[in-house]
Design a binder for this molecule. Structure first.
Ligand code: ZN
Length: 574
């Protein structure tokens, strides 16, 4: 039996994505959190996970099931879904965690793979070998090599393999593991990071996730294995993690630890509950007085509520294009989290290549790390294209030509007053503005396409530029939200003549050309080449293999994503 597996990007910000994952016709929106359910010691029953939390995916440890005779026979008899009474996706873990904590497990790789096949897990794992952070390097390498060998035995499994990427804190090992695992598996799990989380070593976490992501094809679904604390969700999602799992909600509850998005509190030390989830609303601080089992169960529910709530916040931020702002806010919870956020600077170029060129939300400067944001890196690069010497200092972007001060991000950013050095004076001819915007968007020579007799039409209400006319023909409109130029066919033709292949182009296969000429979207799988200088949300020219212009539209993925993905829309054609 083969497994049906599809993944596509629906929305993006920084390296984060909202994705649609489909396994055997069961759909899951990512980023998603998989609560870990321990059938030996259930704390929140499955029916509550479904009803109260609307959980669409569960994680169960297959090793625990395999080792317990009653459980094993029940699950083999009814299948894991029937036994648990859960129709959603079930991911099983192999026992690697037990291996790390207790040193040995009494099963073999093949046995645990076959067992997961028999019980009907949609997502399963081979017995990978996690190494601790800063392990003795030859030992970490040995463990990684055994992990890679075991991965071979899972290649034909009839579930989606959640393939472990190990290598301790050694980035060269992580790189090698990512390249090898990424070649054969569509779902990759970054393992061995729980201890880093517990020790608040967020900059190590950033190094590991970024190294793995940079060495995986972008269409691989990435699971941050064991990352279950909501305070780190935004950071891991920003680097492109799609799946999280939480045993923490229950383990913390057993230890009377109360999760918040800013860190963990001991329930005993709290006199007020900073939360309005159903549990905290119902009990308030009386939660402390509940009988032990009830207290644990309710605390676990609170922990899961705050985790899922934070994940929704991350997803909304991706939609709105203000994930950086959420990162800045979260980083103020703990100095190590701020250190982790500042570590993103090291990966700025890579992140900026994935980040959209224009976003819905204004750019808010919220701290010194804002100077290294992807929008700043991208804007500085594009500012070099603009020829105007008439510039004002706009921190953190640098010297910005006054012609393009209305363009995103310059038109909508907010910085603290103390950073503003010059007040720009506005007295620019509209035609000069159009030239500046076109240079910024398309390249240095684009302004040569602007003829003297072009007419500019402005909005009566706002006074802002609406459209550019050549005679009676509308050749471009100017989008009110970000002042980007949206070329019509005349201008698109001229841009194509001005800029040589492959500049500004998305090249599609001949099979797809007729559909695109009719105005249908360009799907990633039909793209054969693309200008690597483009960014998601750029206006692009769609051409066939002979470089005939067949459409104009908005690129919705980054060039690397377009080439790596076989599914989903790459260009929305107008
Ligand atoms: Zn609560």
């Amino acid at each position: 039996m083969s497994v049906e597996f599809n993944f596509e990007i629906r929305s993006k910000d920084i390296a984060a994505r909202i994705g649609k994952l489909e396994i055997n016709k069961k759909e899951l929106e990512t980023p998603a959190l998989m609560p870990v359910y321990n059938p030996n010691k259930p704390i929140i029953p499955v029916k509550d996970l479904k009803r109260k939390f609307n959980v669409k995916i569960l994680m169960v440890n297959s090793y625990i099931v395999l080792r317990n005779k009653v459980l094993r026979e029940g699950v083999l008899d009814l299948g894991i879904h029937g036994y648990l009474g859960f129709k959603g996706l079930i991911a099983t873990d192999s026992g690697s965690y037990q291996l790390m904590n207790y040193g040995d497990v009494s099963t073999t790789n093949r046995e645990i793979i076959e067992f997961q096949e028999k019980i009907g897990s949609e997502i399963g794992a081979f017995l990978d070998i996690p190494s601790l952070p800063n392990a003795y390097k030859p030992r970490a390498l040995e463990q990684l090599e055994l992990t890679l060998k075991r991965s071979k035995e899972a290649e034909d499994a009839n579930f989606v393999v959640n393939a472990g990427i190990q290598g301790s804190t050694y980035l060269d090992l992580r790189r090698m593991a990512a390249r090898k695992i990424g070649r054969n598996f569509k779902l990759c799990a970054i393992g061995g990071i729980v201890r880093l989380m517990e020790e608040y070593r967020f900059s190590n976490l950033v190094d590991i996730i970024a190294t793995v992501k940079k060495n995986l094809p972008l269409d691989r679904v990435v699971h941050a294995f064991g990352l279950g604390h909501p305070m780190a969700f935004s950071l891991a999602a920003a680097l492109g993690c799609d799946l999280f799992d939480s045993a923490a909600y229950a383990l913390y509850a057993q230890d009377l630890r109360y999760m918040t998005v800013n860190g963990t509190k001991r329930l005993d030390n709290l006199e007020y509950l900073p939360c309005s989830c159903p549990v905290c609303s119902k009990y308030g601080i009386e939660l402390k007085e509940l009988e032990d089992r009830e207290k644990t169960r309710n605390l676990a529910m609170h922990n899961l509520y705050v985790s899922l709530e934070e994940l929704n916040r991350v997803k909304q931020a991706i939609k709105d294009g203000n994930l950086w702002e959420l990162l800045s806010i979260r980083a103020r919870s703990h100095p190590e989290l701020l250190t982790g956020l500042e570590r993103l600077k090291r990966y700025g170029r890579w992140l900026s290549e994935l980040d959209p060129i224009t976003k819905k939300s204004p750019f808010y400067y919220l701290g010194r790390e804002s100077r290294y944001r992807t929008e700043v890196i991208t804007a500085r690069k594009r500012l070099k294209r603009v020829s105007s010497m008439n510039r004002v200092n706009v921190p953190p972007f640098g010297k910005v030509p006054i012609e393009i001060l209305d363009v995103y991000p310059f038109g909508s950013f907010r910085v603290p007053e103390s950073l503003i050095k010059e007040e720009p004076c506005f007295n620019v001819r509209e035609i000069e503005r159009i030239k500046g915007i076109m240079e910024y968007q398309f390249g240095s020579n684009a302004s040569e396409l602007v003829e003297k007799n072009f007419r500019i039409k402005k909005s009566k209400r706002t006074g802002r530029i609406r459209g550019v006319y050549r005679g009676r023909e509308l050749i471009a409109s100017v989008r009110a939200s970000d002042h980007f130029v949206i070329p019509k066919s005349y201008l698109a033709d001229e841009l194509k003549k001005k800029f040589r292949y492959p500049r500004l182009r998305v090249v599609v296969d001949d099979d797809a050309a007729p559909f695109i000429s009719e105005g249908r979207s360009v799907f990633a799988k039909f793209v054969v080449d693309i200008d690597p200088g483009l960014r998601a949300n750029d206006e692009v020219l769609v051409v066939d293999r002979k470089d005939n212009l067949i459409g104009i539209g908005t690129l919705v993925l980054s060039p690397r994503e377009v080439m790596d993905f076989d599914r989903g829309v790459a260009v929305r054609v107008r």
